[in-house]
Ligand binder design. Structure first.
Ligand code: HEM
Length: 213
């Protein structure tokens, strides 16, 4: 674990860790969304997708442990960077100009990150650490969204996720050195498109299950 302590100790190491774990989450989100879209094919399609996933057994456990490891690094490093920035700027400027290309996404990263973490804890309680005996995953998800409070929380969380990703995605490429003036507009475009896919793809599912089936 010495390499981890060493990497997390340096500033560029921290940015690199944020970038790599963030990229991992984007990959997970793309896969998770693709799987969740089977809901539109009906309950049998969604249940058989979930069963197929669980039949992978140890591979799924390994992927879950990998996600947990990534999450711990992302949260630990992100929190450290947040406090380091606070310490470096102990007072707030009275004029808060939108200088240096700062966007709503970049300015709110720690806050949107914290909201997402709270969402993920709630989400795992809702769908992962739930008693699945005598029921199906479709019934569990459909049942949760019969509650308008959950629909509202999920739609809000997906908007927050989109704001977080709209900055995080292109920032990964900047950290990895792909901040060439020629490619950056394209990378920023892909970042916006990906965050919209996440917001609309995930965000519409609770509304669909609650009011359209
Ligand atoms: C409408 C949106 C979403 C729905 C309906 C949904 C549905 C589900 C379901 C049913 C599971 C449990 C799978 C199982 O154990 O069989 C799950 C797991 C999970 N979801 Fe979501 N999800 C949504 C959005 C999200 C988002 C936006 C994130 C991340 C920010 C996320 C992260 C996770 C994680 C980390 C797991 C645990 C994965 C595992 O342990 O295998 N989900 N989701």
């Amino acid at each position: 674990m010495n390499w981890l302590a060493g990497t997390l100790g340096s500033s560029i190491g921290k940015k690199l860790m944020m970038a790599l774990t963030g990229l991992g989450f984007c990959g997970f989100l793309a896969g998770h969304l693709a799987g969740n879209l089977t809901i539109y094919w009906g309950k049998n399609a969604f249940n058989s997708y979930a069963e197929h996933l669980h039949s992978l057994g140890p591979l799924i456990t390994l992927a879950e442990l990998g996600l947990l490891f990534f999450a711990l690094i992302h949260i630990l490093t992100g929190t450290t960077l947040f406090y380091q920035n606070l310490k470096a700027r102990p007072f707030r400027y009275s004029v808060n100009k939108n200088a240096g290309g700062r966007t709503i996404g970049s300015r709110t990263m720690p806050y949107t990150g914290f909201i997402l973490l709270s969402f993920i804890v709630l989400h795992l309680i809702n769908f992962h650490f739930v008693d699945k005996t005598g029921t199906t995953i479709y019934q569990i998800v459909h049942g949760a969204f019969a509650n308008p409070g959950y629909v509202a929380i999920y739609v809000f969380a997906m908007i927050v996720a989109a704001i977080h990703i709209s900055h995080g995605f292109w920032s990964v490429f900047q950290t990895l050195g792909a901040n060439h003036v020629k490619y950056m507009p394209f990378i920023k475009g892909v970042s916006i498109v990906f965050s919209l896919i996440v917001a609309l793809g995930f965000g519409f599912l609770p509304v669909y299950l609650a009011y359209m089936v």
